[in-house]
Design a protein around this ligand. Structure first.
Ligand code: ZN
Length: 74
């Protein structure tokens, strides 16, 4: 359970990354990842951009709302 927390604690230099949504520079493990699917011809390109906790939550809610809206349209 706490293995990741221990690893993060032991690593002297956290890798930095940019939140794909808001561009904030953050350290350590991304709080979440968005899931993007692109249909390119016959195959699907899958991307999982790292997101900060705030954006991961916001995008998750947005995706749910969009899903519900599309459901209503049909
Ligand atoms: Zn963000």
């Amino acid at each position: 359970m706490s293995a990741m927390r221990v690893l993060m604690h032991l690593s002297p230099e956290e890798p930095t990354w940019l939140c794909d949504a808001c561009g904030a520079q953050l350290e350590g493990e991304p709080a979440g990842r968005g899931l993007l699917l692109f249909v390119r011809g016959d195959h699907v390109v899958r991307e999982e951009p790292p997101l900060c906790e705030r954006c991961a939550h916001a995008i998750g809610m947005t995706a749910l709302q969009r899903w519900e809206m599309e459901e209503d349209d049909g």
